[in-house]
Every structure is written in structure tokens, then in C-alpha cells.
Design a protein around this ligand. Structure first.
Ligand code: HEM
Length: 438
């Protein structure tokens, strides 16, 4: 059944625009095509929208009404064990098993870990640097310690090596097409990538097996929780599947948080009045992560950063049933998307939407249908609470610890699925503010 909606231009041009400058592309399409239209890209047609009724219906999509969009390449890349690629009931079961370990109250257990990582890293900042180069090891260490549960320095170092290897061997082409995932006589980029992934999986499986053999309820990390978790039938998760789930968490969680933190530093320094307001709040509060995460302006800065440039500009699904979203009748098999890049720029939701203004979120909880940096509905980011918590703790440590001078403007550019500052946010450290960072 043809869908009677306006369509973006030619496939090649649309794909190019989406890959290079997704925010500008969505702005342009919305102003010329309206709130709901078909994005005609190389990997298929997608009905994308920021119409509030469409978004509300999208939020209500259940696991048996959709599958993840174009997941074949991701299955090859991450393995079939991660919830990211899992459809239907199995997805629901995975969320039930893993979800509780990411809830707000669990975050208190991670406070000390995240704060110590940030403190040690920020203390080493000096001279000129790219903020994204510095926030990457922070977000990786949080995964290694809080998610993978490594605490022995040699083990942390081994994970760091394996992950750096894996991330370094990753190519955006692997995400785009399964065809690129081929070993050529045991060699080539894919062979190098999959060998690195196998090494990490083996390491995770060994740690999972050790944790299962000697349960320790005092350990707060996700790997331990997964090692001990049982499904409704009382069965433990197979080790392969648990290890792939952990690799999925690594992929979904490290680059997004790295980039979001870099944008936060950028916007605060582009708008000195917001930097001053945050510093004033931090200076008055105890220098303790448990107190800092409750600060309203700090929280508003995090929300506003993710609103202005949502790291993942759109989230996609494929319908497995015919469905009406926002009054548009859509046949089975239709790819559908809600685009944070458009919703967040609606001036009926956010007056003067292109302006960085944390004040709009002070004392205001973002509404699910108006605020989509973590996606929507049953597939909403499972790590959202950890990401927000981590951003607050790390940002507080940076802003309270060092004075920075911004060394140039940034524009957003797409990297894999995330959209990042083109130059990585270049700064010069011009001073230190407290003993903890010195
Ligand atoms: C600022 C940081 C982050 C941003 C902006 C972000 C954003 C997103 C988005 C947009 C989705 C897709 C949701 C959808 O399809 O509706 C997602 C999914 C996911 N994220 Fe995050 N994320 C962040 C951090 C994290 C962290 C720290 C973790 C875990 C350690 C994580 C784990 C996941 C997982 C496992 C999924 C798949 C959920 C599912 O399919 O059920 N993310 N994230």
C-alpha cells in the first residue's frame, strides 16, 4: 500500500545529508515537508515524524508490534545476544532481567566509582586538549568498573586494552551493511574486528563464570547481577548471551556519554552566564557526588545539552503489524521513526529552541513525548539513568576543577549512529580551581 506522504529528495542525497548533517537535514525537511514525511535513504524508506500524536502512538508500540530496524548488520557486529537487536517477547524478557540493575536507586552504588574515575582523570588535564579525547577514557572506565565490575588494576588494564583494540578496529561500514562483514582468507578489517570481539567475549565469559561460581551479593556491578540473574523458569542466562549483552552495553554506552559530556563542556563555555550559574551552584554545595547529583541547575544543564543536540538524532522501528500512528495508516513492514532532532526544535514545546538555555529545565521534569534523547517506549535507552548520573558527576568534577578556554567553534557531524562535535571540542586549561583537581 503506497503511503501518501511527502518524500525527501533522491536516495543518494538524502543518505549523504543524514550521514553528514542530520540536524540541518531534519530542520530543512520539516520546514519544507511538514511534521511527518518519508525519509528515502539507501537503507530503505522510513516514515519519520515529530507530530505529537505520532510520537505519542510510537511511544505506545509494544514488543509484538515492531522489530528493531535493519538489525542484520548489528547482529553480525555485536552478536545476537544483545537486547539492541532482539525482537518480541525475548526483548521483553531481557529488559525485565537487566532493567532493574539500571534504575535510579542503583546509581548510588556507582557514585563513588564514577566520581573517583572523573577526579583522577580531570586532575591530569593540562595544556591544550580535545575534550572528547578526555571523556572517552572516563566513559570507558565507568563501563569497565561499574558495568563489567573489574576492580583489580591488572584486570582493568586488560579490559582497557581489549576494548581500545575493538573500538579501534570498528568501521562505520560494518554498521551499514552485513556485506562488509567478511573474512578474506582469515584476514581483512572484519577478521581483525571479530578476533578482537572474540577476545573480549572470552574475557567476559571467564569473569561471568567466576562470579557465578563464587557469588558475592555485595558487588554492585552489572556483570555480577547478570551472572546471578535467573529467568522466570529459574534458569541462568547462557554465558555467551550474557557476554554479548555486556558488549551491547559497551557499544551503546561509551561513545554516547563521551560525546554528550563534550557537548556540555562546549555549550557552557559558549555561554559564560550558564557556566557562572553552574559554578555558583557547585561552589555552594558539598564537593560530594551524592549531593551534586541533586543540584537542579546541574541537572538542567545535562537535560538541555541532550535536547539541543540529541546524540542519536532519530530512533527507528519496523512495524510487524499494520498500525495507525498520528492518524497515518501504515502497513505491516513500514519503517517508522521519531526524530528527537525535530521534536526538540519545536518552538511550541521549547520557545527559542536553538538557544542553549538550561533555565528551561530548572525544576521541570522533561515530558516523555517532548524529550527523546534516549528514544522512546519499550526500547528507551536502558542506561539513561546511569548516563544522566554519570554526566552530572563528571561535569561537576570538570567545572568545579578546571578553568578552560574554548579554542574554536564546533559543528555537529555524524559518527556511526551518534552525532558528535566535528573537532572534538578543543580547549586550553588556563587554571585549576580546587585541590581535588590539582
Ligand atoms: C548520553 C548517553 C546516552 C544516550 C544519548 C543514549 C541514547 C540511546 C538511544 C537513543 C537509544 C535507542 C532507544 C530507542 O530505540 O528508543 C538507546 C538504547 C540503548 N542504550 Fe543508550 N544512550 C546513552 C547511554 C547509555 C549507557 C551508559 C548505556 C549502558 C551502559 C546504554 C545502553 C543502551 C542499550 C542497551 C540500549 C538498547 C535498549 C533496547 O533496545 O531495549 N546507553 N540509547
Amino acid at each position: 500500500m503506497p503511503i501518501d506522504l511527502p518524500v525527501t529528495g533522491g536516495r543518494l542525497r538524502t543518505t549523504y545529508d543524514l550521514l553528514r548533517t542530520p540536524y540541518a537535514a531534519y530542520d530543512r525537511w520539516r520546514s519544507t515537508l511538514g511534521d511527518t514525511f518519508v525519509v528515502r535513504a539507501m537503507n530503505g524508506d522510513v516514515v519519520a515524524s515529530c507530530d505529537p500524536d505520532f510520537v505519542a502512538d510510537f511511544l505506545r508500540l509494544t514488543d509484538d508490534e515492531h522489530t528493531p530496524f535493519a538489525s542484520t548488520a548489528l547482529v553480525g557486529l555485536l552478536g545476537g545476544g544483545t537486547m539492541i537487536v532482539t525482537p518480541g517477547d525475548a526483548h521483553k524478557r531481557k529488559r525485565r532481567l537487566v532493567g532493574p540493575h539500571f534504575r535510579g536507586e542503583r546509581m548510588r552504588a556507582y557514585a563513588g566509582i564514577v566520581d573517583r574515575i572523573a577526579r583522577e582523570r580531570v586532575a591530569r588535564w593540562s595544556g591544550e586538549l580535545r575534550v572528547m579525547d578526555e571523556t572517552l577514557p572516563i566513559s570507558l572506565d565507568v563501563i569497565i568498573r561499574a558495568v563489567f565490575g573489574a576492580d583489580d588494576e591488572a584486570d582493568v588494564e586488560r579490559y582497557r586494552g581489549e576494548i581500545t583494540d575493538l573500538v579501534g578496529r570498528m568501521s562505520p561500514l560494518f554498521v551499514f551493511s552485513r556485506q562488509t562483514q567478511r573474512r578474506v582468507f582469515g584476514l581483512g578489517p572484519w577478521a581483525r574486528y571479530s578476533d578482537a570481539r572474540d577476545r573480549l567475549i572470552d574475557h567476559l565469559k571467564a569473569d561471568l563464570a567466576a562470579r557465578r561460581a563464587a557469588p558475592d551479593e555485595a558487588r554492585p556491578d552489572i556483570l555480577t547481577c547478570m551472572a546471578e540473574a535467573r529467568d522466570e523458569a529459574g534458569e541462568p542466562m547462557p554465558l555467551d548471551e550474557a557476554a554479548e549483552e555486556l558488549v551491547g552495553l559497551l557499544f551503546a554506552g561509551h561513545e554516547t556519554t563521551q560525546i554528550a559530556l563534550a557537548w556540555a563542556v562546549y555549550w557552557l563555555h559558549r555561554h559564560p552566564e550558564t557556566l557562572a550559574a553552574l559554578r555558583a551552584e557547585l561552589d555552594e554545595a558539598p564537593a560530594d557526588p551524592a549531593a551534586r547529583v541533586k543540584l537542579p541547575y546541574l541537572e538542567a544543564v545535562v537535560h538541555e545539552t541532550l535536547r539541543l543536540y540529541p546524540i542519536v538524532p532519530d530512533v527507528l522501528r519496523t512495524l510487524t503489524v499494520p498500525k495507525t500512528l498520528g492518524g497515518v495508516e501504515l502497513p505491516i513492514g513500514t519503517n517508522v521513526a521519531v526524530a528527537a532532532a525535530m521534536t526538540h526544535m519545536r518552538d511550541d514545546l521549547y520557545p527559542d529552541p536553538a538557544r542553549f538555555d538550561p533555565q528551561r529545565f530548572v525544576g521541570v521534569k522533561p515530558k516523555p513525548q517532548a524529550y527523546l534523547p534516549f528514544g522512546a517506549g519499550v526500547r528507551r535507552c536502558i542506561g539513561a539513568a546511569l548516563a544522566i548520573f554519570e554526566m552530572k558527576v563528571v561535569l561537576a568534577e570538570i567545572i568545579a576543577g578546571v578553568e578552560l578556554e574554548l579554542l574554536g567553534e564546533e559543528t555537529p557531524i555524524r559518527r556511526n549512529v551518534a552525532t558528535a562535535p566535528r573537532h572534538g571540542v578543543r580547549v586550553r586549561v588556563v587554571g585549576r580551581r580546587d585541590a581535588s583537581a590539582g
